[in-house]
Design a protein around this ligand. Structure first.
Ligand SMILES: Cc1cc2nc3c(=O)[nH]c(=O)nc-3n(C[C@H](O)[C@H](O)[C@H](O)COP(=O)(O)OP(=O)(O)OC[C@H]3O[C@@H](n4cnc5c(N)ncnc54)[C@H](O)[C@@H]3O)c2cc1C
Length: 382
């Protein structure tokens, strides 16, 4: 059975997030894009709304929502500003493995305090020399008695400078590749954690991206979330759940660009008529609508599968690849429709185009998504 009706609760969540984006995110988005600062006060308001912990079960103080519910919120927040949205979203990426794979004791110890007071989390997988190929990571975690000694530097860490909790992937033995990778829950107050300066980025400049160095950090053994042979699988499993949330963020960015371009095309007069009356412009707008609708449906399907506990690696990768390509194309065409005005800082479409680019890169590049899709297709057709 297929249905596209939203429940009353889902419509309410969507409406509330739309209002939050309009009243809280949009008014500050331009400023944080210009100066590259982190919107801490917006993050605190996002905490009050429960946007930092949508998937955390209610018994631990979270919202107890599903992946599809979270996607409905995400599209609205990302339409407000993708840099702000991704700062909100990353806590879910870091917390999901604890929700899914943590022991009862770990959930009590980490999720409850995280939800009860304003907190941010980071997901630490990438390194300077290791992005698409995390199995080759160099950060080590060596068990010595009751502690893991954590050493290494993680790169490109979203919320890196503000996180209260880091979910860190490290290897017990680099020669073992993915089989040596473990996952540790690392509170930021432990000694030996140093974050770098915010990295100057092309887009999503409201998000805080830093290197995070772990120097002889003593992580208690009981903070082990996934042992050897399990850590890599759990990192990948988390991405299957969160890729639909990034895909739908791309939809939010593209939707905003389409709405702005449509409004502009109806007002801008050339050759005596609004440019919206020229077929070349209409076709660009129509292609935007086709791409956005297709991307949203792919994200919804990947989320729907996740909510049913069904394997969704292929669908999540499809949604992420398609939606981020759509966002790039739609925002580029929106600049085109604005003409010279689109290339200036006077209108928000250039920001949307810069914000779109990195969606094709983080959480796995669009090339890596195609590798995942092809691999799964070849397995299925065996
Ligand atoms: C703003 C931002 C925020 C980020 N946030 C986080 C975060 O919070 N946590 C985290 O862990 N990481 C984060 N990342 C890292 C991100 O996930 C990586 O940048 C991404 O996975 C790509 O890795 P890389 O940059 O090392 O590129 P590389 O892996 O070096 O890839 C370079 C190019 O080669 C291509 N390529 C690589 N291998 C193949 C292949 N086998 N076949 C075809 N093409 C290939 C890639 O698609 C890409 O086009 C973030 C990155 C950015 C820019």
């Amino acid at each position: 059975m297929i249905g596209f009706d939203l429940t009353a609760e889902q419509k309410w969540l969507q409406g509330k997030a739309r209002q939050f984006a309009k009243e809280v995110i949009q008014p500050i988005a331009g400023q944080h894009d210009r100066d590259g600062t982190f919107p801490l006060s917006v993050m605190k308001q996002a905490h009050q709304e429960g946007y930092l912990t949508p998937l955390v079960p209610k018994e631990y103080g979270g919202q107890g929502l599903g992946v599809l519910d979270t996607c409905l919120i995400a599209e609205e927040l990302a339409a407000g500003c993708m840099g702000v949205y991704v700062s909100i979203f990353v806590s879910t990426l870091a917390l999901y493995p604890i929700i899914k794979f943590g022991t009862k004791e770990q959930k009590e110890r980490f999720l409850k305090p995280f939800c009860s007071k304003f907190s941010l989390a980071s997901y630490c997988l990438s390194e300077l020399t290791v992005g698409s190929d995390p199995a080759s990571m160099k950060t080590t975690a060596i068990l010595e008695g009751d502690i893991y000694l954590l050493n290494g530097t993680k790169m490109w860490i979203t919320n890196g400078g503000f996180a209260d909790l880091y979910l860190v992937f490290a290897t017990t033995n680099p020669n073992k590749k993915h089989k040596g990778i473990i996952c540790l829950i690392v509170p930021s107050h432990l000694e030996g954690i140093i974050h770098g300066e915010p990295i100057e980025k092309m887009g999503q400049r409201a998000s805080n991206t830093t290197a995070v160095t772990f120097r002889q950090v003593n992580v208690p053994k009981e903070n082990l979330l996934a042992g050897e042979g399990e850590g890599f699988k759990k990192a990948m499993a988390a991405l299957d759940i969160t890729r639909p949330m990034i895909a739908i963020g791309a939809v939010g960015v593209a939707r905003m660009a389409m709405e702005l371009a449509t409004q502009y095309a109806k007002k801008r007069i050339q050759f005596g008529v609004p440019i919206a009356q020229h077929q070349a412009i209409q076709f660009m707008l129509a292609d935007m609508a086709i791409g956005i609708e297709g991307a949203r449906l792919l994200a919804y399907k990947a989320a729907w599968l996740a909510d049913r506990g069904m394997r969704n690696s292929k669908e999540a990768a499809m949604a992420k690849a398609f939606a981020s390509d759509v966002a790039m194309k739609v925002t580029t065409d929106a600049v085109q429709i604005y003409g010279g005005m689109g290339y200036t800082k006077w209108h928000p479409v250039e920001k949307l185009m810069r914000d779109a680019k990195v969606i094709q890169i983080y959480e796995g590049t669009v090339q890596i998504m195609r590798i995942i899709i092809a691999r799964r297709m070849l397995e299925e057709l065996n």
